[in-house]
Ligand binder design. Structure first.
Ligand SMILES: [Zn+2]
Ligand SMILES: [Zn+2]
Length: 913
């Protein structure tokens, strides 16, 4: 690349600085995992992080923003996977440059700045730039004269280059209803030589003419309507600008290359792959598809893992797995048959790490995760390919061309062959795979494996039943519209009148001792299990003291309905009774300690292991806490020690917890940790710990201690793996931690008294005992060897000469197999020529046999393997080895003596010459 061309990093910087100079706030890219948006697998456009601003449910401290947003298009409506590798423009991961106005500037400024940046800063020839604006092909929405006029006013804009297009090209909608508006696209004419359709009859070379000559560079969206229905639009009070420019594309233009893959963003990845494959430039050009796929997938994998999406079986994690495996398979096509992708991903980190620091921070886990995933796939790929080849052959034989979804699902669940790879291979043979059928089969598989069971809990009649009860109470005016007043934060007991009693799904008026019932009160302070924190337990007692009930669990069977679940321990509860409901306070305090400790642990994990260590599951119980998080490998003892020390330092710091309620977007943009897959309301509760510069800041509805010092102490009790890429830490705090320390002390003291030592001196004591033990064991072995040696010397005198060959076949009482071999060697040392020895022993009723023959006899028809088999066969065993030394085992020791007696005659029978 010539040095006067700007680098990709410079181009990105120029874009952001240009808009910063025009009053925009530079906003960091949001994570690839869309925060709080359950409908989206990945962030797939720049506007995702601003969606709520356009919807009017959120606002920001700025009205102008610019960013470079990380995007993935690999699943769902926007799925570019199948095109990646085939052409020079599609990617799974890409960057989108954008500038934004939230009710601030509008079309005039947006157009003028776009023109300035392209033609003055980047010096693209004005004569080559075209703009499209909106004219409704259905004639219902006014045409966008405002934008057209803005274009005509640009100095040097050829007025014939401003074209009108209809809804398909120039009207943008977020969804079927909601914010929408006309857009204006900027196209660059790269010259007739870029037209790839000159030979296509009827091709008109023009903007939106579907050839490579006119490149769509930038889309300026003007949000000015709210769509109420397919036919109704209303003007929005505040109008917005949302622009998007494909980063790779503008870089390819400014670096004057004909493919995104030949920019300095992706070319280093291709060069590294070429070097690893040992290909020449010609070989690379002839077989370019694998190079493109590998470059694209290595980049996507690195960015995904940096955002915590490690390879796995489901959802987003599946995508990471799939693209790594797919890249691995494409590697095989260019003779890269060993894990290699981490080497390419390392170059991704070097190329992008300065701007996206999460790559550098997580370098180690990115590289390890990728290699581990390739290794896993490598183990099954051959078998999976063979099975797939077989299925495809059968398919062809039967004259069909679509592999069933069940077969593809089976390939994935049995061999780890992702659907997309199965489809790649099928298509390489002109066949296809039933994708809908695959998804159905995977659903069934999930149900069969129990993964979908939780669905049943909240379904059907249960909900209707409770809604019915609550609606009645609301009509009577005894229960507010919002349902039961739920406040587990400020009180430990509440009073009230029983609104309903439920037993076995039936509403009852009165219960008796031993009955298991549910009690509905107008308000409660009992926590209902959520966010991993278990439900509270406690007591309900009647004001008049005539009855009592133990509360064992809490349930929220329908929205607004919370019931206390438990057993009547005395008396007869009745609907309408005045009661007091009291928490088991000690248990609740234990839970609060564990919950706050969980937040401290989460913060320390991220500090010590890296930001990829995200919560993947959690249990906050009174006796322990359990925390699952994404991390590709075992946490080392040194890291665990560091994490535990950090948590306890925060406890000793005795920080006050700050609890606030604020809009979700504000909390998220302030950096509060939200849980993926958790549904949040517009207003969220945040917990921050650490004063003005909190080290922990989470969205959380749980109950917490007031100050971290209340936790007392936190001890990590275990660390392990729960699934691929997910680790689990368990810990105890407060009373349980004290019990644990006490128990350990007791054990230590007991051991010390057994050993007659002080606890502090145990290490030296134990190691000196171990030394003694080792010495004693050596002594035993040596003395046994002496015994065996003596026995051998004695037996040696029984050796007989058979045709000039010295033959010894004997049992050595005390010997193990090693000693038998040593004695056989000794025999051969003493008799370097003309010697045959068979030695045997019996350990725990099982016989072992060693046979050795001097080298010279192997040319005279003797073979130790045959000999040892001859001896071991009657013992019910077999054996093997070399012609000069062989070994065998057996089952029946009673035949050993007679087998040994026959050795002499075996030798005389087999000996030749
Ligand atoms: Zn053309
Ligand atoms: Zn929490």
């Amino acid at each position: 690349m010539e040095s006067n061309k700007p680098t990709g990093a410079e181009i990105r910087k120029t874009f952001l600085e240009f808009f910063e100079e025009h009053g925009h706030t530079i906003v960091p890219s949001a994570s690839l995992i869309p925060g709080g948006d359950q409908t989206l697998l990945f962030t797939n456009a720049g506007m995702v992080q601003f969606k709520d601003v356009f919807l009017g449910t959120d606002n920001r401290p700025y009205t102008r923003a610019a960013d470079s947003q990380k995007c993935m298009r690999v699943a769902g409506k926007h799925n570019d996977l199948e095109d990646v590798g085939r052409d020079s423009i599609h990617h799974t991961f890409f960057e989108m440059l954008g500038n934004w106005s939230f009710g601030d500037y509008y079309k005039k400024e947006a157009v003028s700045w776009a023109w300035q940046l392209l033609t003055e800063v980047w010096r693209l020839p004005k004569a080559n730039i075209w703009a499209t604006v909106f004219r409704d092909d259905k004639g219902n929405i006014p045409q966008d004269d405002e934008a057209a006029q803005a274009w005509h006013q640009q100095h040097g804009m050829d007025s014939s280059h401003v074209l009108f297009f209809g809804r398909k090209d120039n009207f943008w909608e977020m969804a079927e209803t909601g914010p929408c508006g006309p857009c204006s696209e900027i196209h660059l004419d790269r010259g007739i030589k870029y037209c790839d359709k000159q030979d296509v009859p009827g091709h008109i070379c023009r903007v939106n003419g579907d050839c490579q000559r006119f490149l769509e560079l930038w889309n300026l969206v003007f949000i000015q309507y709210n769509r109420l229905s397919p036919t109704e639009l209303e003007p929005l009070p505040a109008r917005h600008v949302d622009t998007g420019m494909g980063f790779e594309r503008i870089v390819s233009v400014l670096q004057d290359v004909d493919s995104n893959y030949r920019t300095d963003l992706l070319w280093p990845l291709i060069m590294t792959t070429q070097e690893l494959a040992g290909y020449s430039d010609e070989q690379r050009e002839q077989n370019f598809t694998p190079f493109r796929v590998i470059a694209d997938h290595a980049r996507a994998a690195a960015f995904l893992i940096a955002d915590g999406v490690v390879p796995g079986n489901l959802g987003r994690n599946y995508i990471t797995r799939m693209i790594i495996r797919r890249a691995y398979r494409f590697g095989c096509k260019i003779s890269l048959c060993e894990p290699f992708l981490a080497r390419v991903a390392d170059v991704v980190i070097n190329t992008y790490g300065d701007f996206y620091s999460e790559l550098k921070r997580n370098r180690k886990s990115i590289l390890i995760s990728i290699t581990r995933e390739e290794e896993q796939f490598q183990r099954t790929l051959d078998r999976a390919s063979m099975q797939l080849e077989y299925l495809l052959n059968e398919l062809e034989k039967s004259g069909q061309n679509v592999l069933t979804g069940a077969q593809a699902a089976d390939l994935y669940t049995t061999y780890g062959m992702p659907f997309e790879i199965t489809r790649d291979i099928a298509r390489e043979r002109g066949l296809d795979v039933d994708e809908a059928g695959f998804n159905r089969s995977m659903e069934e598989h999930k149900l069969a494996s129990g993964a979908g069971k939780a669905m049943g809990d909240l379904g059907g009649e249960d909900v209707e039943f409770y809604r019915h009860i609550v609606t009645n109470l609301q009509h009577q005016g005894v229960l507010p519209e919002a349902g039961v007043d739920y406040d587990p934060y400020s009180r430990l007991e509440v009073g009230g009148r029983i609104l309903a009693l439920i037993q076995n799904g039936i509403s009852i008026d009165q219960a008796g001792p031993g009955d298991e019932i549910e009690v509905l009160l107008p308000e409660t302070c009992f926590y209902v299990e959520s966010g991993g924190q278990v439900s509270d337990t406690g007591m309900i007692v009647s004001q008049d003291g005539t009855w009592e009930m133990e509360v064992q669990d809490m349930r929220r069977p329908a929205a607004g309905v919370i019931v206390h679940v438990g057993k009547v321990s005395k008396g007869h509860p009745q609907v309408g009774d005045e009661v007091v409901a009291m928490l088991d306070v000690q248990r609740r305090r234990d839970i609060m300690r564990n919950h706050t400790a969980t937040h401290l642990l989460h913060a320390e994990l991220r500090k010590v292991l890296g930001e990829h260590a995200r919560q993947a599951g959690s249990l906050v119980a009174p006796d322990r806490l359990r925390f699952d998080f994404t991390h590709p490998e075992a946490v080392t003892p040194a890291q665990l020690a560091q994490i535990e020390a950090g948590v306890n330092q925060h406890i000793l710091g005795n920080y006050q917890l700050k609890i606030n309620y604020k809009p979700l977007q504000q909390a998220v943009s302030e950096g509060a940790m939200a849980l993926f897959g958790e549904k949040y309301t517009d207003t969220v509760r945040t917990i921050s710990i650490g004063g003005d510069h909190p080290f922990s800041y989470e969205l959380c509805g749980g109950t917490h201690v007031d100050e971290t010092g209340d936790i007392g102490i936190c001890l990590l009790t275990s660390e392990g793996s729960v699934a691929a890429g997910i680790r689990r830490i368990e810990a105890v705090t407060g009373r349980k931690a004290y019990e644990l320390v006490q128990a350990r002390f007791n054990t230590l003291n007991h051991v010390a008294s057994l050993l007659g030592s002080a606890p502090d001196h145990l290490p030296e004591k134990v190691s000196s005992l171990l030394d003694e033990l080792t010495a004693a064991r050596k002594l035993i072995v040596a003395s046994r060897q002496l015994q065996v040696s003596a026995e051998f010397a004695q037996k040696l005198q029984q050796a007989r000469l058979v045709n000039g060959v010295k033959v010894l076949a004997a049992k050595l009482g005390q010997a193990d197999v090693d000693m038998l071999r040593q004695m056989a060697d000794r025999f051969r040392q003493q008799n370097p020529l003309n010697g045959v020895v068979v030695l045997a022993s019996v350990t725990d009723t099982r016989p072992a046999v060693i046979a050795a023959i001097t080298e010279d006899l192997t040319t005279r028809g003797l073979n130790a393997v045959e000999l040892v088999k001859f001896v071991a066969t009657p013992l019910g065993g077999g054996g093997g080895g070399k012609p000069t030394l062989a070994q065998a085992g057996g089952k029946d020791a009673s035949k050993l003596d007679s087998a040994l007696e026959k050795v002499e005659s075996w030798v005389s029978e087999h000996l030749k010459g």
